[in-house]
Design a protein around this ligand. Structure first.
Ligand code: FE2
Ligand code: FE2
Length: 290
């Protein structure tokens, strides 16, 4: 185990604070915060009825939802890894954990600022998170299950952000430079966090029996759809903030929209592949039903 910790410690760069490093003046009022291809409402009839200002507003609200998802997951991670204090701490392992906590706290502050800029402070941007929070709070940070959940949370949101960045670059569709900076900053840190979660999961899974592994895999399959719905689809309150007619109907359409589920499933694919590989004998993937 110490070899893994040595490797992870060596890969941790000097800390940089996004609050001071990001150019917060780089907001371009004419540009969307996300490319159209990843905006859930862009695949619905209501999109054609919106003017350019409203479309930009939708992109800000959907971006703010990503930030809210990050804040929620980071808060849970920090809560779990610090809940027992650091009694008789192993220096190297605790050092790695605290580095990650510091980076996640920086992300949280950065996300809060973007939520505020989007005018969504205090709004419910996520779908129901209660059951997922309860399950996450039961997981021991020393267990493979905990690091699998960290991997899922980080990998789904990071895959989404990476798709947004690639789409914006590849198709020459400019997005707001501030939004791009925030996604790039987060991706650079998360790539390391995801690798660390994967390495820790690989080590800790050795302590799980085959029955425990398949039980955990089943639980994950049951919860993933709920997780995707909570983080990658609009909340009713966020649509009401748009002041569009029939917000509830648009919300229903967004949650049933096949294009939205194709995108959501593709964001979950790396995580589900890892779960299948690590928690079952078969490496065959199981699709997340729409
Ligand atoms: Fe983060
Ligand atoms: Fe992270």
């Amino acid at each position: 185990m110490s070899t893994i910790f040595n490797r992870l410690a060596a890969a941790t760069p000097a800390y940089k604070d996004p609050m001071t490093e990001i150019d917060w003046s780089a907001d371009d009022p004419d540009l969307s915060w996300l490319p159209e291809s990843v905006i859930s409402l862009a695949h619905l009839p209501v999109w054609q009825q919106l003017d350019a200002r409203q479309k930009r507003r939708v992109s800000q609200i959907e971006f703010a939802r990503l930030c809210a998802a990050g804040l929620w997951l980071e808060g849970l991670m920090i809560h779990r890894v610090t809940h027992a204090g650091f009694v008789a701490a192993d220096t190297l392992e605790t050092q790695i954990v605290l580095h990650e906590v510091r980076e996640e706290t920086g992300h949280g502050l950065m996300f809060l600022k973007m939520i505020e800029r989007a005018g969504m402070s205090g709004k419910h941007l996520l779908g129901p998170t209660g059951l997922l929070t309860t399950v996450a709070k039961m997981l021991d940070p020393q267990s493979a299950g905990f690091w699998a959940m960290v991997f899922i949370g980080e990998s789904v949101t990071d895959t989404f952000a990476l798709k947004a960045l690639k789409e914006a670059e590849g198709q020459g569709r400019a997005i707001c430079p501030l939004a791009r900076q925030v996604m790039q900053w987060h991706h650079a840190d998360e790539a390391r966090h995801i690798a660390a979660a994967k390495a820790l999961l690989g080590e800790k899974i050795k302590a799980m029996s085959p029955a425990q592994r398949s039980g955990f895999r089943l639980l994950t399959k049951m919860l993933i759809r709920r997780f995707l719905r909570a983080t990658l689809f609009p909340s009713l309150q966020s649509l009401e903030a748009l002041q569009i007619p029939n917000a509830r109907e648009v919300w229903r359409q967004a949650h049933r929209n096949p294009s939205g589920w194709v995108l959501a499933r593709s964001c979950a694919e790396p995580a589900m592949n890892l779960i299948d590989k690590q928690f079952s004998k078969s490496a065959a993937g199981t699709a997340v039903a729409p």
